[in-house]
Design a binder for this molecule. Structure first.
Ligand SMILES: C[S@@+](CC[C@H](N)C(=O)[O-])C[C@H]1O[C@@H](n2cnc3c(N)ncnc32)[C@H](O)[C@@H]1O
Ligand code: SF4
Length: 377
């Protein structure tokens, strides 16, 4: 029987100073003045259109992602936060994250974001190495990245994530570890450590750089995980490492198959409809101009019952400590019976732990997560 899980809010800001050659997110190079005022008005309209999905819940977390949300003024961000508080309401200790680019970081602006209610900053550092940053087409250098971290700390952000990528063009293990060491030494509490992937419809897809070979990638992965562990960063998800108490509540809600409203151009949402007994995916018009011009930019579609086990596991098994077995019936509406055969098989293959109350991969299963997930498709 479906139960309403915690509700988060994702807010998409679709512009960047420059489009990075590896990025397939819905982000558009800003070629003139960003229509901040019009976009904020469209976001507020979008949020109000989504209110029927709230179903008497208060918000657990908000995430301003992009694109580059730090291009927007703190006033604009505050307008959205206040409207969300007015029309939905906040749980105690709500986590409010904003993504910032070191190339658009200013001390005063960080302080203003903090005063506007943002209490967690996620900085897109990618690397501290100037040559790598150039190869990645970034607008910042290593010094600007270090300065952005200092500014965020001076502005009072205790919850601070940085995005780092590894497996960069011609990267050695030493270089990847040097990036991690700089991050660790800076005193931040959360690191998202992504392996660079080459995505269709990106510049790197048409003109691929020379990436490290498989063995080298595995070496970087292994050495990096060890280095992070030694520095007390716990790997709690495939790419997420946190000091004690510093995990990202917003992303954990995604991975535990919680609900989220997604507002803004191209934003996706996932909503449990207790009335209709359905789990629904929503999506908004992708092009910023179309999104702003459209009176109702939303499409929604229920997730088919036979897709739900895979969707649930694709999220839940990313968590290193797994996902509560109780959540499966409550958040998919299906009985545990539906997947008991697959669970037993994966347990007998040593890919899932033999636990009743939790679905959790073994060390082997975590390494071959895609094979584990095939068991549910
Ligand atoms: C939507 S971006 C937002 C961050 C911000 N726009 C920035 O880049 O400064 C989130 C993160 O995804 C990661 N990312 C984007 N494209 C990637 C790719 N092709 N492979 C691996 N990680 C990628 C980057 O670390 C990036 O910071
Ligand atoms: S700044 Fe971030 S969102 Fe924008 S293009 Fe680069 S990686 Fe993508």
């Amino acid at each position: 029987m479906l139960e309403l899980p915690p509700l988060s809010l994702y807010v998409h800001i679709p512009w960047c100073v420059r489009k990075c050659p590896y990025c397939d997110f819905n982000s558009h190079q800003n070629t003139g003045v960003i229509p901040e005022q019009d976009y904020i008005e469209a976001l507020i309209k979008d949020l109000n259109n989504d209110l029927p999905w709230v179903q008497n819940r208060k918000l657990h977390s908000i995430f301003f992602g992009g694109g580059t949300p730090s291009l927007f003024s703190a006033n604009a961000i505050e307008t959205v936060i206040n409207e969300a508080q007015r029309c939905i309401g906040f749980q105690d200790n709500i986590e409010i994250t904003l993504e910032a680019n070191p190339g658009t970081s200013e001390q005063q602006k960080f302080s203003d974001f903090r005063a506007a209610g943002v209490n967690r900053l996620s900085i897109g550092v990618q690397s501290f190495d100037d040559n790598q940053l150039k190869a990645l087409g970034r607008i910042h250098d290593g010094q600007q990245a270090r300065r952005a971290l200092d500014m965020a700390q001076s502005a009072g952000f205790e919850r601070l994530n940085i995005d780092l990528m590894h497996g960069l063009p011609d990267q050695t293990t030493g270089q990847a570890l040097a990036d991690l060491d700089t991050a660790i030494d800076s005193g931040i509490t959360h690191i998202s450590w992504y392996q660079l992937t080459i995505e269709p419809n990106t510049e790197f897809f048409s003109r691929p750089p020379t990436l490290p070979v498989e063995d080298q990638l595995a070496d970087i992965q292994q050495a990096g995980q060890t280095r992070l562990q030694e520095a007390n960063f716990d790997q709690y998800e495939v790419s997420a490492f946190a000091m004690q108490g510093a995990v990202c509540a917003h992303n954990i809600n995604y991975w535990q198959f919680g609900d989220y409203l997604g507002i803004g151009a191209g934003a996706h949402g996932k909503i449990t409809s207790a009335d209709k007994d359905q789990v629904i995916r929503t999506s908004k018009t992708r092009q910023p101009n179309h999104f702003m011009a459209s009176a109702s930019p939303m499409a929604s579609k229920p997730i088919a019952a036979n897709q739900l086990p895979l969707e649930f596991m694709m999220n839940g098994l990313r968590l290193r400590s797994g996902v509560s077995a109780d959540f499966f019936p409550k958040r998919t509406g299906l009985s545990a019976q539906t997947i008991s055969h697959q669970i037993k098989k994966l347990q007998s293959q040593g890919l899932l732990k033999n636990e009743e109350s939790i679905y959790c991969t073994s060390d082997l299963g975590y390494r071959f997560l895609n094979s584990v997930l095939q068991g549910f498709s």
